[in-house]
Design a protein around this ligand. Structure first.
Ligand SMILES: Nc1ncnc2c1ncn2[C@@H]1O[C@H](COP(=O)(O)OP(=O)(O)OP(=O)(O)O)[C@@H](O)[C@H]1O
Length: 528
C-alpha cells in the first residue's frame, strides 16, 4: 500500500511556544493510524494543520512539508482540504444545530433536480430534498443508527450527534483521508465498539484513517499503527501486534499511573435529594417518571446505554428542558427548577456538553475558574466596606487558581491565557475546576473524564473522592465508563428507558451490569 499522507519535519508554535517539534510520520491508504498523547501534547494542532484550519495560519503558520496523494500541500482553509478528499470529525461538534439531520449530512453536497439544473445551472438549481433525505437515511443505516432525518440537531443528544458527524463524512464519495478526533469520547462502550467496527470496514477500502483517542484499549484494538506524542514530539511508534496499552500510557505520560479507587463503606439512608416521578423532556435522552433518592455524603453512579436518560437528569436540574414531577432537596420541595437558585441552594450541575454550556472561550482561565463562585457567592470579592463594588481579591483568586492548575494538571502558559487557546482536554479541566470552586453540597457531574488523558483522569477521580470524603460533598456521576464508576461509587443506579431500573453495588460483576443495562430482569442484585 502506498502512502496517502506524508509529514516531513513539521514544526508549529503559538506565540513562540512550540506545540509540535520535528514531526515525521506517514499514513498509508487502507491504514488506521492512531495518534495518542496527553492533553496538550499537540494532537489537535497536527490535525488542524492537515485539515487547513485557518487558526493555524492566523497564528503564524507552520514549518515543514506535507504530501497528500503524492503532492505537496499547504491548505489555507478547510474547504481546500475537503476538495482534495480529506474529512474530519472534530472533538467539538461542527454540525448546524438549527438544521435537520438530513440537511447536515448533505450540507455542501446537496442533490439537485435535473430539470432546474438544466434551466438555471446547478448553482441556482432547486435542492432535491427527497433524494437528500433518502441518501442521508441510507448512510445512517450503514452506521446502524435509527434517527429521523427530519429532526433538528439541537434536539438530539451528544452521542447521536457524534454519529451524525461521522455519517456526514462517510456520505462523501471522494473521501481519501478521514481524521477522527476522539470520535468515541461521547459514546458509551457499545456505541464506541459499533463505531470501531465501521472504521474497520472502511479501512478495507482505499481510505486512510487517522484515529485520535484517549481510550487506549480501542487504539490497541483497531489501529494498524500508532504514533505517540509527548509535549509536541513524536516519542514512539508501534505497529499492529506490538501495540500495548501499558507501553502507550508510559510513553504518553512518562511515568506509571496509580488508578484511583475509593474504599467501600456503609452509607446512611438519609436523602439529600429525592426525585419522585421526575421526567425531563430531552429529545433522544428522555427521563420518564424517575424515582430516586440520593443519600447525604454518598457518591452515586448513574449509568445507562446511550439515549436512556443518564445525562438528561442534570439538564433537568439546570432547567434546560421541560421537567415534570416532584423534587425534594434537604426535605423541602423545589417548586420550580432554576439553575441559579439551585446553585445558591448548593447544587451544581456540570453537564457533558462543556464546550457548549460551560466555557467562556474568550475569557482567561482564571476568570473561568472563579466565574460561578463570584457570580453566585461573591467568593473572590475583596472583603471591605466597598465590597458592593465587586473588587476582586487578586491574591485569593491567584492562590485558588494556581492550586486548581496543579491539582488538575491544567496545561497552560499562564492563568491569564484565554481558554479558547487551551487544548480540548484542558478546557474540560477548567470546567471541572469551576465546579469544585463553588464547593457545592450536591455535585452532579456528567462524563467527568471524557476527553481527558489517562493520567489526568485518575487525578480527577481522586479529586472527586477527596472532596466527597473531606467536604462531605454528595456526588452524582453520570457516566458510561463503568470501570470508573465501580472504582469510586458507593452505589450505581442503572437507567433503562428513562427510569431507574436497578441499583447495584459497585462490587457486582460486569456481567450483572451488562444484563441490567440491557433491561434484563434476572439479576439477583442487592436492594441498596
Ligand atoms: N489557538 C491557540 N493559541 C495558543 N496556544 C494554543 C492554541 N491552540 C493550541 N494551543 C496550545 O498548543 C498545545 C497543544 O494543544 P493541542 O490542542 O494540539 O493538544 P491536544 O493534544 O489536542 O490536547 P487534548 O487531548 O486536550 O485535546 C497546548 O499547549 C495548547 O495550549
Amino acid at each position: 500500500m502506498e502512502n496517502i499522507l506524508e509529514i516531513v519535519n513539521l514544526n508549529k508554535s503559538y506565540n513562540g511556544i512550540p506545540a509540535l517539534s520535528n514531526i515525521n510520520l506517514s499514513v498509508k491508504a487502507g491504514e488506521i493510524h492512531g495518534i495518542v498523547g496527553a492533553n496538550g501534547s499537540g494532537k489537535t494542532t497536527l490535525m488542524n494543520i492537515l485539515f487547513g484550519n485557518p487558526i493555524i495560519h492566523e497564528t503564524g503558520g507552520y514549518q515543514g512539508q506535507i504530501f497528500f496523494k503524492g503532492n505537496r500541500v499547504n491548505f489555507k482553509n478547510c474547504a481546500e482540504a475537503i476538495r482534495q478528499g480529506i474529512g474530519m470529525v472534530h472533538q467539538e461538534f461542527a454540525l448546524i444545530p438549527d438544521m435537520t439531520v438530513g440537511e447536515n449530512i448533505k450540507l455542501g453536497r446537496e442533490n439537485t433536480h435535473s430539470l432546474t439544473d438544466r434551466l438555471f445551472g446547478r448553482k441556482y438549481s432547486f435542492i432535491d430534498w427527497k433524494q437528500d433525505y433518502e441518501n442521508a437515511w441510507q448512510t445512517l443505516k450503514r452506521l446502524g443508527i435509527s434517527v429521523a432525518v427530519g429532526i433538528k440537531i439541537m434536539d438530539l443528544s451528544v452521542n447521536i450527534r457524534q454519529f451524525i458527524e461521522i455519517a456526514r463524512e462517510i456520505d462523501r464519495s471522494d473521501l481519501k483521508l478521514l481524521i477522527l478526533d476522539e470520535p468515541t469520547a461521547v459514546l458509551n462502550k457499545n456505541d464506541g465498539l459499533k463505531l470501531i467496527e465501521i472504521l474497520k470496514d472502511m479501512s478495507n477500502s482505499e481510505i486512510g484513517i487517522i484515529f485520535i483517542s484517549h481510550r487506549l484499549e480501542e487504539v490497541q484494538y483497531v489501529c494498524d499503527k500508532v504514533s505517540v506524542l509527548r509535549d509536541g514530539k513524536l516519542v514512539s511508534q508501534y505497529a499492529k501486534g506490538n501495540i500495548y496499552v501499558n507501553d502507550l500510557a508510559q510513553d504518553m505520560i512518562g511515568h506509571t499511573i496509580n488508578k484511583a479507587a475509593a474504599e467501600k463503606r456503609e452509607i446512611k439512608n438519609k436523602p439529600l435529594i429525592t426525585f419522585k416521578d421526575f421526567s425531563v423532556e430531552m429529545p433522544g435522552e428522555e427521563v420518564k417518571n424517575l424515582n430516586l433518592s440520593v443519600y447525604k455524603g454518598e457518591i452515586l453512579g448513574l449509568t445507562s446505554l446511550s439515549g436512556h436518560g443518564k445525562l438528561a437528569l442534570g439538564y433537568g436540574m439546570m432547567d434546560m428542558y421541560p421537567v415534570d414531577g416532584e423534587v425534594y432537596y434537604e426535605n423541602k420541595k423545589i417548586v420550580k427548577m432554576n439553575a441559579r437558585t439551585n446553585i445558591i441552594k448548593g447544587m451544581y450541575v456540570l453537564p457533558d456538553d462543556r464546550q457548549g454550556l460551560g466555557i467562556l472561550a474568550d475569557q482567561s482561565l482564571e476568570s473561568n475558574i472563579v466565574f460561578t463562585g463570584n457570580q453566585i457567592k461573591n467568593m473572590f470579592i475583596r472583603n471591605s466596606a466597598f465590597n458592593f463594588l465587586g473588587f476582586i481579591d487578586h491574591h485569593k483568586t491567584n492562590l485558588h487558581v494556581y492550586k486548581m492548575m496543579l491539582d488538575l494538571d491544567i496545561k497552560c502558559t499562564s492563568i491569564k491565557q484565554k481558554v479558547k487557546e487551551l487544548s480540548g482536554g484542558n478546557q474540560q479541566k477548567v470546567c471541572i475546576a469551576r465546579a469544585l470552586t463553588v464547593d457545592p453540597k450536591l455535585l452532579f457531574v456528567a462524563e467527568p473524564t471524557r476527553g481527558i488523558d489517562i493520567s489526568a483522569k485518575e487525578k480527577i477521580l481522586n479529586m472527586l473522592i477527596e472532596i466527597n470524603r473531606t467536604r462531605n460533598t454528595t456526588i452524582i456521576i453520570a457516566s458510561s465508563e463503568l470501570d470508573e464508576l465501580k472504582r469510586v461509587c458507593d452505589r450505581i443506579a442503572v437507567m433503562v428507558e428513562g427510569k431507574i431500573f436497578k441499583i447495584l453495588s459497585p462490587d457486582s460483576p460486569d456481567v450483572d451490569f451488562g444484563l441490567v443495562l440491557s433491561g434484563e430482569e434476572e439479576v439477583d442484585c442487592e436492594k441498596l
